[in-house]
Ligand binder design. Structure first.
Ligand code: ADP
Ligand code: MG
Length: 700
């Protein structure tokens, strides 16, 4: 069905116009003036002819056999046009008209009407508020863009039409070709998930590239992307990263951009390469579309100057790759034809006087070395080397390894860079960008090689947790007490500090005796969220007398602070020694669902923001990566003779939390702060627990 969009037998343009510069004219013109071979039917109530084509006065007059309809009428007429085309059997439609949810108010109402028309008729629809679609193979240009994309192997989609136009324009000047070009607009029907599936099946598309502001259905997107990325790379820019950006995105297309942490995690978990900028998006897509994947991280550099060679070498190291150690034969071969002042080791420095053919020879030699996984060629403008000749030589090298060119400068090398791009060799103005591209390719190589991950779900005591939740629901509460939260965590196998409630000082002393001194005392009141802030935590109580005194002091202090608060009493808790403070958390992302968090805990967690995220349910590998993924991971590994923390137990606790969240989707938020991580082999202990529920939704 979706293929009717790109290889239609005939296209109707509803809202065709006779005035150049109007969308309804430009689309018709674009359909007629490129190589599209099918029939094109303009529709406009005023009839007559446009661009020598007879204009049909209504959709009902159109002949049968049209499979694609492009709608460019005013927004309020769009829903009826969709129905009319459907009645004529046109089941693939593109709506370029704007004036829907992106303008708010009445536009939202119209968008709902449009969605209803789609639902009633079963048509498949791209848009509204988009610039249309192109297929470079069939020559179809059903857009109002000023030009046609060049043929190539990048399948591109974009939520923003303006980005489409800018990218097309830029790509034309840089010899970048596309297989399909899809402007998604408001995604009333067809979303990025369908487009991923479509492009995955398209033999002309080698890499899928997209610009997104928000994902429509996060879970479905992840499911589709995880499948597609196994055999085709997907590179995306997701805008709306900063808070300001997120606001711009929502006023732009009216989409509610999800939290960025969730996007980053979700993309990582389904093998989507995330580019931070449009330039990186292109660099990576162009590399993936035309170059073989590097089989490992060993890079060779061929340069005609020392400084850029070193910059490039640094970039390689910083990106987590390394310089290949060249084999003795390679070094000997290089020595045989390079000038004596050259450097025959990696980076291979031909020095300033090197002519183009010396580059070619060096490049071929280095590519043959089996220690090398990829080659970066750097050229700085020099009188002896003709940049265009060099570009041709680079493009002629036959190798199964990826080759990247950094032709530095602008004025004298721009033509050579464009030449390389046209021949499929990614060419950049600075070596760092080349390194970034190869790094992305390597990440994709690793993803394809890695075994698909499976969620690791534990069986917890579901009945126990369900009972606690039912009790909260019956009392109309959303917030669990610490004791209830602790019981939920314990039911899923998370080790929790032993605690006993005490309502009097005598009970507190007795509890301390039972747990064993020293103990910790914490205020137990629904009114107190951050206990330490109000003097509601005392650690290291060593004697029954200290415990009894602490009870009176703590309860009266909190009562003074919150005169109306109900104070249940205190919790007396075993004192855990020698643990590093970490935090485990759960929140619900509107697009992707349960989002799990790990980080260094304690009171500075909000300031340091040293946390890692993954979308649940977690696989074992995800949990391990979360623990290792924080910046201060070295602190967990142990510094200055400290023993390492029990990282396996931390990962295990994350899996337990993920399983709890999976079984109980009504958990809105959960926090274990701190989770004390003891030295390796001694496990972890949750000493503070918090869980809140989402408001009841029908059946929970
Ligand atoms: P809150 O976060 O409400 O202030 P916590 O229960 O997290 O209260 O306690 C505050 C701090 O006290 C913790 O971050 C930890 O450093 C310390 N602490 C709390 N309970 C224990 C315990 N059982 N053993 C050791 N230290 C504890
Ligand atoms: Mg705490």
């Amino acid at each position: 069905m979706l293929s009717s969009f790109f290889h239609p037998k005939a296209v109707a343009v509803v809202g065709a116009s006779s005035k150049p510069g109007k969308v309804g004219y430009d689309i018709l013109d674009n359909l007629l003036k490129f190589t599209y071979q099918g029939e094109v039917y303009p529709v406009n109530p005023s009839g007559g002819a446009i661009l020598d084509k007879k204009v049909y006065q209504s959709v009902a007059d159109l002949p049968a056999g049209i499979d694609l309809g492009v709608i460019a009428v005013k927004a309020h007429l769009v829903p009826q046009s969709v129905r009319d085309l459907a009645a004529r059997g046109v089941m693939a439609q593109v709506v370029v008209s704007a004036g829907f949810k992106e303008v708010g108010g009445q536009g939202r109402v119209l968008e709902r009407e449009l969605a209803q028309a789609v639902a009633d008729t079963g048509v498949r629809l791209i848009g509204p508020n988009c610039i249309g679609i192109m297929d470079t193979e069939s020559g179809l240009n059903a857009t109002f863009a000023a030009d046609m994309a060049r043929q190539g192997h990048i399948g591109f989609f974009s939520q923003s039409g303006a980005m489409c136009l800018a990218i097309l324009d830029w790509a034309l000047d840089n010899e970048i070709g596309f297989s399909k070009f899809i402007s998604l607009g408001n995604k009333v029907d067809i979303t990025e998930s369908e487009v991923l599936e479509l492009l995955a099946e398209d033999p002309e598309t080698r890499v899928i590239m997209g610009y997104l502001e928000a994902v429509e259905d996060g879970r479905r997107f992840m499911e589709v992307a995880r499948r597609v990325t196994r055999h085709k790379p997907v590179v995306l820019v997701k805008s709306g990263v900063t808070t300001a950006g997120a606001k711009a995105a929502s006023s732009h297309t009216g989409a509610l951009a999800g939290a960025d942490a969730a996007y980053s995690a979700a993309f990582k978990q389904c093998g989507v390469l995330r580019a931070k900028s449009v330039r990186e998006l292109f660099n990576l897509a162009q590399s993936l579309a035309n170059q073989p994947l590097p089989q490992g991280p060993a890079m060779a550099i061929v340069t005609n100057s020392g400084g850029p060679g070193i910059i490039c070498a640094d970039a390689v190291e910083n990106a987590g790759m390394h310089l290949a150690g060249l084999k003795a034969e390679t070094v000997e071969e290089l020595r045989s034809f390079l000038p004596p002042i050259a450097s025959f080791y990696n980076p291979v420095d031909l020095t300033g006087g090197a002519p183009a053919e010396m580059y070619g020879h060096s490049l071929r030699t280095v590519c043959q070395d089996e220690n090398v996984d990829g080659v970066l060629v750097i050229m700085t403008p020099a009188a002896t080397v003709n940049p265009l000749e060099l570009a041709k030589l680079i493009c002629q090298v036959k190798t199964d390894k990826p080759v990247f060119a950094a032709l530095m400068g602008s004025h004298s090398v721009i033509q050579s860079r464009i030449y390389c791009m046209g021949e499929g060799v990614p060419a950049f103005d600075f070596p760092e960008e080349a390194v970034q591209a190869v790094r992305g390719m390597l990440a994709y190589h690793d993803w394809v090689r890695a075994k698909p991950r499976q969620p690791a779900l534990n069986h917890g005591d579901k009945d126990k947790v369900a009972g606690i939740i039912a009790n909260l629901r019956s009392q109309g509460r959303l917030q669990m007490s610490e004791t209830e939260a602790r019981e939920c965590f314990a039911a899923y196998g998370i080790p929790v500090a032993r605690s006993l409630p005490a309502a009097t000082s005598a009970e507190a002393a007795a509890a301390a005796a039972e747990l064993g001194l020293p103990v910790v005392m914490k205020i137990d009141s629904p009114a107190v969220v951050h206990k330490s802030d109000v003097g509601g935590v005392k650690v290291g109580l060593k004697t029954p007398q200290e415990v009894a005194d602490a009870f009176l002091e703590m309860t009266s202090r909190v009562q003074r602070r919150y005169p109306r608060a109900w104070i249940r009493g205190v919790l007396v808790q075993e004192m855990v020694k020698g643990g590093r403070e970490t935090i485990l958390g759960l929140s619900q992302d509107p697009q992707f669902g349960p989002l799990l968090m790990f980080g260094l805990g304690g009171i500075y967690v909000e300031v340091l923001k040293d946390v890692s995220f993954r979308v649940g349910p977690l696989s074992r590998e995800d949990a391990d990566e979360m623990v290792k993924g924080i910046r201060s991971f070295p602190l967990l590994r142990g510094v200055r003779g400290e023993p390492p923390a029990d990282m396996a137990a931390l990962a295990e606790a994350l899996l337990a939390l993920s399983s709890l969240a999976h079984d109980f989707p009504m958990l809105a938020e959960a926090d274990i702060n701190p989770m004390l991580a003891l030295p390796r082999g001694e496990g972890v202990v949750a000493v503070d627990a918090r869980i809140s529920l989402s408001p009841p939704k029908g059946d929970d």
